[in-house]
Ligand binder design. Structure first.
Ligand code: GUN
Ligand code: ZN
Length: 450
């Protein structure tokens, strides 16, 4: 794209080291490069630094405006949390002593019922959007609650703080031990229609609705069918949970005796599309993974949650071998950390635990996990045409990382190459090292003063 054939102006230019993933390379390191972002927030160019003068003439920016990254700094793509319950953020870090089905009835449903109160919702939703942005989550795929107004508020807050988000009003019409925390089927359909209509009417550039049946045990067959129709008619994303724990898998067999598997339940209700992301999948069979591959549906791997509430260990290598799209999720509050750096570390831990159990298992590398947290997440959410890595024409969703901040968590030693610096950041870094966050070219961290 040449400036002469477009009205785009350059809003930011960075110079230094950039690290990202491509389909061919889990970590590609671009040394001494310049990256330009246009005023629509898109990456306009990525070129060698040697050509900076001709680039400045071609694109009409001043070389004095270039943001020069220091020796211990790099840019990486923003991280993509493919599964997080914004509504559970208030009790993150607690209540991890029960298995899934008891955990839902004891802790989760009573808390989610409180989102009828918009002040409560505003407080928690503001905090979760800010916390995740500060930790480098530029895209989040959120579950809210059954409440339309509070779910719309979550969309408004994500837009206001500048996070890219898919927001789901939760749908559930059965099997809740909290009587006031479920809907009747017709109300659920009407409210889902209203939520989608209202959210789309806001015309937020980077916040969109996602059809959200909680999971098969919470939904009647007729509700699942209606949600499948809504997703199809409006070409919307779908998110839910699948095969998280064994007791749940058995329950689904008894609730849907006409279906061959848990995956077949969603398949029969037209909920498996190339815009579907299902959380967990720890106990999916190879047959079921084939259906994921055929339908283009994705899995969100949430290792912190899977260990914290003793659900299972997903064999990510097997999922990747089946060519099923896979991203990482925090699954707050089943997972106790809202940080995607934690999701990467727990992914490696789980992969290593699988190797301990079976030495033939091919452990994931930190490079592969970096790709899953960025490009893999964008593919899982079918947003890879917009985000996930540094490609001309994609939105600039990026983190400026400094591994050498004062009083930071990382110590460096002489001669450490950029790849080692990345590995140290992924294993030891935290939000102190994420000094700037950009979403679609807009700087969203540090937060602007009020
Ligand atoms: N399955 C159905 N609902 C939930 C939830 O809120 N969290 C988790 N981890 N699994 C679920
Ligand atoms: Zn979940």
């Amino acid at each position: 794209m040449n400036r002469n054939d477009t009205t785009a102006r350059i809003a930011h230019v960075f110079s230094g080291t950039f690290m990202h993933s491509t389909p061919r390379s889990a970590v590609e390191i671009l040394h001494s490069c310049v990256l330009g972002v246009d005023d629509k927030g898109k990456i306009a160019f990525i070129e060698n630094h040697q050509d900076v003068v001709s680039l400045s003439e071609k694109w009409g920016f001043e070389t004095s405006d270039i943001k020069q990254l220091g020796q211990y700094e790099f840019l990486m793509p923003g991280m993509i949390d493919t599964h997080i319950h914004a509504s559970q953020y208030s009790y993150t870090g607690t209540a991890l002593d029960l298995p899934l089905l008891e955990w839902l009835n004891t802790y989760t449903f009573p808390v989610e019922a409180k989102y009828k109160d918009l002040d409560f919702a505003n407080n928690v939703y503001t905090k979760v959007v800010r916390r995740t942005l500060k930790n480098g989550t530029t895209t989040a795929c959120y579950f809210a609650t059954i409440h339309t107004e509070a779910s719309l508020l979550l969309g408004e807050l994500a837009d206001r703080f500048g996070q890219r988000a898919l927001v789901g009003k939760v749908c559930m019409d059965c099997n809740s031990a909290v009587p006031h925390y479920k809907e009747n089927p017709s109300e659920c359909k009407e409210e889902t229609d209203r939520f989608i209509k209202e959210l789309l009417k806001k015309e937020y550039l980077n916040v969109k609705p996602v059809v959200t049946p909680r999971f098969a045990p919470s939904c009647s067959s007729s509700l699942l069918s209606e949600l499948g129709e809504i997703a199809k008619n409006n070409k919307l994303h779908v998110q839910s949970h699948i095969s998280e724990n064994k007791e749940e898998v058995e329950l689904v067999k008894t609730l849907f005796p006409g279906c061959k598997s848990y995956t077949d339940v969603y398949l029969k209700h037209n909920l498996l599309t190339d815009r579907t992301v299902m959380a967990h999948g720890c106990h999916l069979t190879d047959e079921e993974l084939k259906i994921f591959r055929e339908t283009g549906s994705a899995i969100s791997h949430c290792p912190n949650s899977n260990i914290s509430i003793c659900s299972g260990m997903l064999n990510v290598r097997n999922v990747l071998n089946h060519e099923v799209k896979l991203g990482l999720g925090t699954d707050v509050a089943g997972g106790y950390s809202p940080s995607m750096l934690d999701a990467m570390r727990r992914t490696l831990d789980t992969s290593k635990a699988l190797t301990i159990l079976d030495p033939q298992h091919k452990t994931l590398s930190f490079e592969e996990v970096f790709r899953l947290a960025t490009l893999g997440g964008s593919e899982a959410l079918s947003l890879d045409d917009q985000t996930g890595n540094f490609v001309v024409g994609k939105d600039f969703d990026a983190l400026r990382v400094n591994v050498c901040v004062p009083d930071g968590p990382i110590d460096l030693f002489p001669g450490e190459a950029p790849k080692v610096i990345l590995e140290k950041f992924l294993n030891l870094g935290d939000d102190r090292n994420i000094t700037e966050v950009y979403v679609a070219g807009r700087q969203v961290v540090p937060f602007p003063d009020k």
